[in-house]
Design a protein around this ligand. Structure first.
Ligand code: FAD
Ligand code: MG
Length: 296
């Protein structure tokens, strides 16, 4: 019923998309959420730092939000992947494997995908003992031994921040050579340097080095490369920004992209994101999409 004539289609039904859809649902708009179900933090057991939900299962937060959203009769949920989107004279057409949907506005809440460093044993430990966000998972390491696996010069930020969470060793892994000022800054923060390349991760977060040594750590942080969760923004012609880990969708103050009628929120529309920011940005994107139906 809604399929052919939604007011707004939200692509991505995780924190940002759920939050956008909730505002639109409450404005009695006909909303369709299309979601492929690949939440970025699905590798982690718990989520931290989101007010009122600190330490809860990441899946539980999203599940409760979805249950509350779907209580609104004007919301429809489609499990699946949106594969194409196009602007028409009036509104947009969006295609999934099964159907073609039409709406007057789009909200892109499609997240990013992490491309992990290619080190044996790392992928299995992602979200368990290997992380990228100190604010999300640093506290639980109890001021223990923290490794930073460098992936480039940006890893200096990790190494400089993380001493507030534990005793830090920076594994350079031939990814960059710190200059004298950087070495002094690292020393000032008590960071130990390890230049021998890393060949694998074993046990919880023990690094196996090329010379055969094993360095036991309680947790490991590394910066991933990120790419947008889907090619839809490019198909629609949305301008992108280049962030330190990858590109993201350019937005203005109301979360509208450079394509009129297309809004974006969450990790897909920021250089760095988390759950709280995604929920806030989603609420703004949802309300802005609604207001644009009236005022533009
Ligand atoms: P996502 O959660 O990535 O969701 C995007 C959704 O869009 C997915 O369901 C995806 O399948 C869907 N999608 C994409 N393309 C399409 C398409 N074409 N069609 C249909 N659906 C599509 N943050 C915290 O605040 N606290 C934490 O403790 C925390 N821990 C983390 C642990 C790990 C290991 C990682 C990787 C991240 C963690 N984060 C944490 C960050 C958090 O996961 C993200 O900031 C948050 O998930 C972003 O929400 P989002 O809605 O923007 O995108
Ligand atoms: Mg989302």
């Amino acid at each position: 019923m809604l399929n052919d004539a939604a007011d707004v289609i939200v692509v991505g039904g995780s924190y940002a998309g759920l939050s956008a859809a909730l505002q639109l649902a409450r404005a009695r708009q006909r909303v369709v959420v299309v979601d492929a179900g690949q939440r970025r933090n699905r590798f982690a057991r718990t989520s931290h730092g989101f007010l009122g939900q600190d330490g809860r299962a990441a899946a539980g937060i999203a599940q409760d939000a979805r249950t509350q959203l779907l209580a609104y009769p004007n919301v429809q949920w489609l499990a699946g992947t949106a594969v194409a989107a196009q602007a028409q004279e009036e509104g947009f057409v969006l295609t999934t494997a099964e159907q073609t949907l039409r709406a007057q506005r789009l909200v892109l809440a499609l997240g990013v995908v992490d491309e992990l460093p290619a080190i044996e044993g790392l992928a299995e430990r992602w979200g368990q003992s290997v992380f990228h966000c100190p604010y999300c998972h640093g506290y639980e390491l109890n001021q223990g031994r923290i490794g930073v696996l460098a992936s480039g010069e940006m890893s200096l930020h990790h190494a400089m921040l993380l001493p507030d969470w534990g005793r830090v060793t920076l594994f350079l892994n031939r990814s960059f050579v710190p200059d004298a000022a950087q070495l002094a800054a690292l020393a000032g923060r008590g960071v130990v340097l390890e230049e021998t390349p890393v060949v694998a991760l074993v046990d919880q977060a023990t690094l196996l080095l090329a010379d055969g040594r094993q360095v036991v750590q309680d947790g490991l942080f590394t910066l991933t490369r990120t790419r947008l969760g889907s090619a839809l923004p490019e198909q629609l012609g949305c301008a992108l920004e280049q962030g330190p880990t990858g590109s993201y969708i350019r937005i203005g103050a109301t979360m509208e992209t450079t394509v009129a009628g297309v809004f974006a929120c969450g990790d897909a529309a920021r250089a760095f994101g988390n759950v709280a920011i995604s929920v806030g940005d989603g609420a703004l994107a949802g309300a802005s999409a609604h207001r644009s139906l009236i005022f533009s």
